[in-house]
Design a binder for this molecule. Structure first.
Ligand code: SF4
Length: 474
């Protein structure tokens, strides 16, 4: 049994694959229209891009070139993900931490933050509150501390899956936490997690050392960089990578993320399930260094460029961003967002109308209730989805890609999204959201071709509306 992760336990592919000289070299260029057209054509053929090709997009900064990238990203989003947006909620379990990250309110040297770890009753209360909202997918977030070892995380995962109120159920639990060793990943995998997420935060070595310090567990660049390779070797085949934009040059970090994905694809035959691209946010007791601040226009470009670079990886846009930015950026290829989010410890039962900065890791831009986010998504033409079918039918990692790449996923995702939307409308929605949702379902049914799948779907929607049956998926 592991207590804390054994830091001598590396994966078989462990090496520092971030060649800064090469990445900086790739960025030192101009892009002409012909090159840009060729790279966009490759993306539109749904082929992942090479680093050099992503660099072509990053260097394309003429107005019409940027517009061409935006248009292509919008189209690729429609082609691969249709108009679905998958919803989840983050749930902070504990903010004890042995690290001292310069950008984080929970860093160990910040004595002015409220430290808390949810006990069983408090965790149950949070999950029940989230289920009463209508959530079905959670990501559990932990600081890095001996208390939050693999066994503790697994216990929390089991408790979340075992908590039910009314028709409520959390059907997929992901984790965002510190890197583990192989044994630790096996323990959380056996507990039934979906995705294990680790953000490198920055791929720039000097910046990494500067913001994390070298005398902390998080300050070990290679241990962290190798974190998800170990996870994959231990059977966690859905992994999520991310960078904290604003610590270093955003173009460099985009190349770092793509290089990380290539490394996993090369050694494990499957890339990351998701990519995250949070921007630095104000945090309690943190003096932010604005040197590499990413403005809104650059943020839109990086999302569109990520979309074109990794057609099949999920892109996660969080509530760090304000609603108006989220609304605009979603069209560029975002596939998942959180909603009704509170990141204070016990925030789903104790959070007031305003955020309590001394109880959260950073300030967030969007605390609209889930029902309001649902209505806005429906009004904007999206299908909000709580689908967890692939994960529960074993369509994960390499196997997921077998489904995703030929485009069949469309034939599964839309029907599954509509059944989860229908559940939300029947069990949780306000009258206005129910009306907008029923209109959406009707319009989507009009679009679906007649046939066996549509007949099955109509039957399932009817059973959700007229009986106590729930959780019907393909
Ligand atoms: S970012 Fe994470 S690891 Fe770093 S201090 Fe904050 S909670 Fe700890």
């Amino acid at each position: 049994m592991t207590s804390i992760a054994d830091k001598t336990d590396f994966s078989t592919s462990a090496n520092d694959f971030i060649d800064e000289g090469r990445l900086h070299g790739l960025l030192d260029r101009k892009t002409d229209d012909a090159e840009l057209r060729d790279v966009i054509a490759k993306s539109m053929a749904k082929e992942p891009l090479a680093l050099e090709e992503t660099a072509v997009l990053l260097a394309a900064d003429a107005l019409e070139q940027v517009e061409a990238i935006f248009d292509a990203a919008r189209q690729l989003k429609r082609d691969v993900y249709g108009n679905r947006i998958v919803l989840f909620a983050p749930l902070y379990i504990g903010n004890e931490c042995t690290n001292d990250c310069a950008y984080c309110a929970f860093r160990r040297s910040n004595k002015d933050v409220v430290r808390r770890t949810l006990d069983e009753a408090e965790l149950r209360a949070q999950v029940e509150a989230l289920e009463k909202m209508g959530h079905k997918r959670l990501i559990l977030v932990f600081g890095e501390h001996p208390r939050y070892n693999a066994e503790f995380m697994a216990k929390c995962v089991h408790q979340v899956y075992a908590t039910h109120v009314g028709h409520g159920a959390i059907r997929r639990v992901n984790i965002n936490a510190a890197p583990l060793d192989h044994a630790g990943y096996r323990i959380v995998k056996e507990a039934g997690i979906g995705t294990y997420q680790i953000f490198q935060e920055t791929y720039h070595h000097d910046t990494f050392a500067k913001v994390h310090g070298t005398n902390t567990r998080k300050g070990d660049y290679l241990w962290r960089l190798d974190g998800l390779a170990r996870a994959m070797e231990a059977g966690c085949d859905d992994v999520g990578i991310g960078a904290l934009f604003g610590l270093y040059d955003w173009r460099f970090e985009v190349l770092g993320l793509i290089a990380h994905g290539h490394h996993l694809q090369k050694h494990y035959n499957v890339g990351p399930h998701t990519l995250s691209f949070p921007r630095l946010r104000p945090a309690h007791g943190v003096k932010l260094d604005e040197t590499y601040h990413v403005n809104d226009d650059e943020f839109k470009r990086l999302v569109a460029i990520l979309r074109l670079s990794v057609p099949y990886a999920g892109l996660i846009l969080t509530a760090r961003e304000p609603p108006e930015i989220r609304r605009e950026v979603m069209a560029f290829g975002v596939s998942q967002i959180d909603a009704g989010t509170r990141i204070e410890l016990a925030g789903y039962t104790e959070g007031g109308s305003d955020q309590s900065m001394d109880r959260e890791q950073f300030h967030i831009g969007d605390i609209r209730p889930l029902d309001e986010v649902m209505r806005d998504l429906l009004t904007d033409g999206y299908i909000p989805s709580f689908c967890t079918a692939c994960y529960r039918l074993g369509r994960t990692g390499e196997h997921f890609m077998e489904f995703a790449i030929p485009g069949f996923i469309q034939n599964l995702c839309t029907p599954n999204a509509l059944t989860t939307l229908c559940e939300y409308l029947v069990d949780y929605a306000s009258p206005e959201t129910r009306q907008a949702g029923q209109k959406r379902i009707h319009e989507e049914l009009e679009r679906l071709p007649d046939g066996k799948r549509k007949t099955e779907l109509l039957d399932r929607l009817k059973r959700i509306e007229e009986t106590e049956e729930r959780d019907l998926y393909f």
